[in-house]
Design a protein around this ligand. Sequence first.
Ligand SMILES: Nc1nc2c(ncn2[C@@H]2O[C@H](COP(=O)(O)OP(=O)(O)OP(=O)(O)O)[C@@H](O)[C@H]2O)c(=O)[nH]1
Ligand SMILES: [Mg+2]
Length: 449
Amino acid sequence: MSNPALNEIISIHVGQAGTKIGESCCKLFCVEHGIDKSGFILNNHCTDRTGNIDTFFNVNSDSKYIPRSLFVDLDDGSINEIMNGSLRRLFDPRYLISNKEDASNNFARGYYTVGRKIISNVMDSVQSLAENCENLSGFLIYNSICGGTGSGFGSLLMQKLSKQYRKKTKMCFCVFPSNKLASAVVEPYNSILSTHATLPHSDCNFLVDNEAIYGICRNKLDLEKPSFFELNMVIAHAVSFITTSFRFDGSLNVNLNEFQTNLVPFPTVHFIATAISPLRSSSKSTYSNVGGQQIFQECFDKGNQLLSCDIEKGKLMTACILFKGVVPMRDVNVGIESIRHSKIEYVDWAPITFKVGINHRTMDCLPNDIVGRSLLSAGMVINSTAMGKCWNKLNQKFDKLYSKKAFVHWYVGEGMEEGEFTESRENLANLERDYLEMSIDCNSEEDEY
Ligand SMILES: Nc1nc2c(ncn2[C@@H]2O[C@H](COP(=O)(O)OP(=O)(O)OP(=O)(O)O)[C@@H](O)[C@H]2O)c(=O)[nH]1
Ligand SMILES: [Mg+2]
């Protein structure tokens, strides 16, 4: 019989960004649950801080905890790094899957050709992880929707998961293309093709972009030239806030289903921005002491957001704030009130509500962390109609490329029909319209995003 206390989650990390972010997250989760780099509970770890360790970890007969995580990449570069990295004794090598040939920034290679070669192997591994669960609640999928593997193979995987595990929640943590920084000219194609392919299969996508996180590293954390390693540490903290209530009991807890119910008012409108506060350099002080009200305000500050989406240019639909530390309810209420009276606009078809989660544990940090500790901290997740503008910008970039049919032959050459470009673009136009629809007040006929 299933144990209702258990709520296991399977994490799947796809492509370079997905796997490297996954490694950073696992490092932080180990610190939080008091596990050493080989998977054993630390001797000096207080047992009541271990939390619901089974959410993200399996335990074997030697009492070793192994992340319930699958790492997949089409080339072996990042997987080899993980196999030889500081967590090499933690992972089960059966769940580190790679091949020899990447998708070369091409969605079609990840989806139709190179990715097809390993999909059944990957799905067998997912099944073996799922069979080991007593009460699987769902999947967290990490990828970059700009890369060929992340977008193409990620989409193929989501479609297979949706077919095989239809009723299980599927949430994604995605690197979204940056406005100015791009590592490949075809990023708009990959992201739009993959968003079209996965829209009905994902319940909720938490988006981050590297430009926003570079800004955090430079302006808040005093790092002049941050690398992916540092960017991924910031992302790991955001993931930690979002998943804390799945992993530790709290005075106000938010589970996977509650998240979805509260954050997603309409199935396609499921793209969520995240912010963290406080963000102070770890070199400045041992602990910063910031109050609940200030945390609320900072979470709405552009400089604290991991996605370059101008919340002030849209209307807030829903938001959820997840505290770590002891926060008086009075401070929470004053914080909510101050946001109600700020420049932020709200949709008028739903009451202004902030779902609040509180976990009394203070935040944990890695030994070499760039994010400074704080007695009280929070992650905020926001669903805003401003996201419609992000899709609009990306659609325009797609249109420019496609007006010349530039680079299309690389996709067609991998067996993709050209019609998939137009079909995907039309679907993304519908998504823009969904955001527009959400932003129209009940009382007025015309409005903007
Ligand atoms: N935050 C973060 N972004 C990354 C990382 N690695 C790559 N990226 C970004 O992700 C996008 C490219 O995606 P990758 O994950 O490298 O590509 P992939 O999924 O491996 O696909 P292919 O290499 O094309 O087969 C670019 O926008 C990179 O800037 C990382 O470790 N962290
Ligand atoms: Mg790659």
